[in-house]
Design a binder for this molecule. Structure first.
Ligand code: FES
Length: 128
């Protein structure tokens, strides 16, 4: 497990100022969202799947720096994975990719994972 830094890492701040894959896919294979009940912040993820693999993953986050950085880096981690592998991504994968988050902000990474899993489930339901 990555040790929690006191401040945001350079990687987290880079994702905040240059978010990757921000936006919404107009006709996605699946859409999912999650809300942090402690603050009301929200992340929505849309994705496309072709041949069982995530081809495009986009996010919209209405939330804090940690929530935006987590969703942004998660789109990078998930893109190109098979759906069965993407559903196994964990908050620890986000923390590792960001070089950690301040400890009080670690729960914010959960929201991105919840939205991704919701989108993968939605895609499975839509595909029948
Ligand atoms: S403070 Fe709400 S998700 Fe981070």
């Amino acid at each position: 497990m990555t040790e929690a830094p006191d401040l945001y890492s350079d990687a987290a701040l880079d994702h905040l100022t240059r978010p990757r894959n921000a936006g919404t896919i107009p006709d996605p294979s699946g859409i999912g969202s999650d809300t942090n009940p402690s603050c009301g912040d929200r992340t929505v993820i849309t994705l496309t799947i072709a041949d069982g693999r995530l081809r495009d993953v986009r996010f919209r986050t209405f939330g804090c720096t940690a929530a935006i950085a987590s969703a942004s880096v998660l789109t990078e981690l998930a893109t190109g994975l098979e759906a069965d592998a993407a559903v196994q991504l964990m908050p620890a994968d986000i923390l590792r990719a960001l070089g950690g988050l301040p400890e009080r902000k670690e729960p914010c990474a959960l929201m991105a994972i919840g939205a991704l899993r919701g989108a993968l489930l939605d895609a499975r339901v839509r595909a029948g």
